[in-house]
Design a protein around this ligand. Structure first.
Ligand code: G3I
Length: 445
């Protein structure tokens, strides 16, 4: 009897191990943000306020990203167009929307030689220094408690081999302008991580060496700095450096976070995908590389659109680079050969209907994002409908790759109704309140 029990126990352990072994692939994260979260990191994008009404744009934003950076809306020209008069409308739109969706916000940028209002461009000396301090104080105070990381100072070093500071009106107020900006930001928003952000500092070179020396000095003297941002705008002239990871690591070793802040890589197809994967791999290999931000959503949203440098094409379709990044983050879509093992997400099982649906739920206090996988049975589908139960008090606010949803019933979009026998497609929706619970019901049309 004892021997039988031991054998049964061993069998149970084996079965449990099999389920555990199956779970990671069967439940692999299917969005950039969810996959990065499983690696303890955020995955963000730059956002333009005026594009938020574009449902394709906002659908991808809601679905894929866990951090946002206002692309232009927090810059000095946007937030203080007239000295002493602040204008936060567009930036507030982005920040409030991000917080409602459970996304972090990277603030960009408090002090920068570029995109200054003309009144600041025309100031110098003490008047400019005082204006900068007031600007940092007012903006950081306005967003106090809402910003994960601030680019306090942007692009303050010269290109080339000099290792010098970039000449600018701010630099001409005195070499200490950078540390004054950091101390001012800390006083205004003690909880935000304070970053120095720059480009052409991605590998080890004279410019990054100069930034490194400044950061090391700041750490030694107690100037508040918590992170360094590496913009990472790559193309044929400025390729991903071979020592990218080593460079991120040496900064991290100074005792602060490193972040990839404006990633875009010109190119297309497999070559672009491989470079994106290498950039992500470098960040994942550095423990204190705690997040990646791409500089826009679709190629057409990019500041250099002709180089098609982003993860989604102009129609919002994921490119090979998207799949490469998702895979590198450990995510992806897999079709398990056996039934999906039990998971926190409910799944329907009405094969007579010709399709099944499984859900992956990302919920937080006050909101949720649900990704739904529709799988055809033995017969190809020409259309499908999925019903979920939306709890009382909850509301579906946005749907992508499907239509409907307000009442909990979703129908295929024009392009994804046809699904081969055994094949699958995905759609998603987000909402406010508690997430839908219970099994989704899939019906072939
Ligand atoms: O809003 C006006 C619009 O009213 C006008 O009709 C139009 C005509 O050109 O210009 C619009 O403003 C443009 C703005 O983007 C919004 O689209 C500016 O001209 C244009 O200069 C500005 O470019 C931004 C650039 O920074 C300015 O330096 C890009 O969008 C933005 O992606 C880019 O971002 C920078 C980061 O802040 C720092 N690192 C480099 C990165 C890429 O240059």
């Amino acid at each position: 009897m004892r021997r039988t029990l031991v054998l049964l126990t061993a069998g149970a352990v084996t079965a449990a191990a099999a389920v555990v072994a199956l779970s990671p692939s069967a439940n692999a994260a299917t969005t950039l943000g969810a996959a990065a979260a499983e690696k303890g990191r955020y995955f963000g994008t730059a956002v333009a306020a005026y594009k938020l009404s574009d449902s394709v744009y906002s659908g991808i934003l809601n679905r894929e990203f866990t951090s946002v950076t206002p692309e232009n809306e927090m810059k000095w020209d946007a937030t203080e167009p007239t000295q002493g008069t602040f204008s936060f409308g567009s930036a507030d739109t982005i920040v409030n929307r991000a917080i409602a969706n459970g996304q972090k916000v990277r603030g960009h940028a408090l002090a920068w030689h570029s995109q200054q209002p003309s009144w600041a461009e025309n100031l110098s000396g003490t008047a400019l220094r005082n204006a900068m301090v007031n600007h940092v104080t007012q903006v950081a105070t306005h967003y106090r408690g809402k910003i994960d990381s601030w680019d306090v100072v942007n692009e303050a070093f010269a290109d080339g081999g000099s290792g010098a500071r970039r000449d600018s009106n701010l630099q001409r107020t005195g070499n200490d302008w950078i540390e004054v900006a950091f101390r001012t930001a800390r006083a205004a928003d003690p909880a935000a991580k304070l970053c120095y952000n720059d480009y052409n500092t991605d590998g080890q070179n004279a410019k990054s060496n100069a930034v490194y020396a400044m950061v090391r000095d700041f750490k030694a003297r107690g100037v508040p700095i918590d992170c360094v941002g590496f913009q990472s705008h790559f193309n044929a002239q400025s390729p991903l450096p071979a020592d990218y990871q080593a460079n991120l690591q040496r900064f991290a070793d100074l005792g602060l976070d490193v972040q990839i802040t404006e990633l875009d890589i010109e190119g297309s197809g497999a070559t672009q995908a491989a470079t994106y994967a290498a950039a992500v791999r470098a960040c994942l290999a550095v423990t204190r590389c705690n997040g990646i931000t791409v500089w826009g959503i679709r190629d057409t949203d990019s500041w250099r659109a002709s180089g098609t440098p982003l993860l989604f094409d102009g129609s919002g379709n994921p490119k090979p680079a998207y799949a490469a990044v998702l895979t590198e983050l450990g995510g992806g879509t897999t079709t398990p050969s056996s039934p999906v093992p039990s998971s926190p997400s409910p799944s329907s099982s009405n094969p007579a209907a010709g399709c099944t649906a499984t859900t992956s739920v990302n919920a937080w206090t006050g909101g949720f994002v649900v990704t739904v996988k529709v799988t055809a049975g033995a017969t190809a589908l020409t259309g499908w409908t999925v019903g979920v139960t939306v709890p009382s008090g909850s509301a579906v606010t946005n749907t992508w790759n499907a239509t409907g949803g307000a009442s909990g019933t979703f129908t295929n979009a024009a392009w994804n109704g046809r699904v081969a026998a055994g094949g699958s497609t995905e759609f998603g929706f987000q909402g406010t309140g508690g997430a839908p619970a219970g099994a989704p019901v899939c019906t072939a049309r």
